[in-house]
Design a binder for this molecule. Structure first.
Ligand code: PRP
Length: 179
């Protein structure tokens, strides 16, 4: 384990088992359809890469980068798009893939935005759900693990752009992020 982590929450095997289970749920729901999987940069990339390879129906891939500072107590009410989708979502069944839902600001706004752009359907898949921190009324359609209010890193998730490549999901030591 990395010395900056307090503990491992989910190890590699556990993650892969659970991602497969969730992919199977998604496969059952989308059997006979095709979908556009939208990865939200950057935290979702590792999960996204593993997840989309387990889907058994035809998918296309696209990416967005947004700023989530609006999820804070005050600050901006509008989601800022840093990189938009390359393609059009009109009439498409869209699956948004996120690493974590916290306040729910990002996913609630993204979902609304894609519906307004004319997507036929928008479902959300998350690796982690910090349920107790929710401020916006959204629940992911598919979620791998629930986590408490701790600083989680690894498997795509960062602290100041570090730890994204750890193969497991760990809780960061308080002394590291309170420095
Ligand atoms: C994280 C995560 C979501 C958002 C969730 O992104 O990937 O996009 O925060 O928070 P919310 O539910 O309160 O809106 P972050 O800003 O850390 O960017 P990153 O994915 O590039 O690390």
């Amino acid at each position: 384990m990395h010395g900056d982590c307090e503990k491992i929450l989910f190890d590699e095997d556990e993650i892969h088992r659970r991602v497969r289970e969730v992919a199977d749920e998604v496969n059952a729901e989308y059997a006979g359809k095709r979908a556009l999987c939208v990865g939200i940069l950057k935290g979702s990339i590792i999960f996204f890469a593993d997840f989309v390879r387990l889907l058994s129906f035809p998918v296309e891939l696209d990416f967005m980068s947004v700023s989530s500072y609006g999820g804070g107590a005050v600050s901006s009410e509008k989601l800022k798009i840093k990189k938009d989708l390359d393609g059009d979502v009109t009439g498409r069944d869209v699956i948004i893939v996120e690493d974590i839902i916290d306040s729910g600001f990002t996913l609630a706004n993204l979902k609304q935005m894609l519906i307004e752009r004319g997507a036929a359907s928008v479902k959300t898949v998350t690796l982690l759900d910090k349920k107790e921190r929710r401020k916006y009324g959204i629940t992911p359609d598919f979620n791998c693990f629930e986590v408490g209010d701790e600083f989680v890193v690894g498997y795509g998730l960062d602290f100041n752009e570090r730890y994204r490549t750890l193969p497991y999901i760990g809780a960061l030591k308080r002394s590291v992020y309170e420095k």
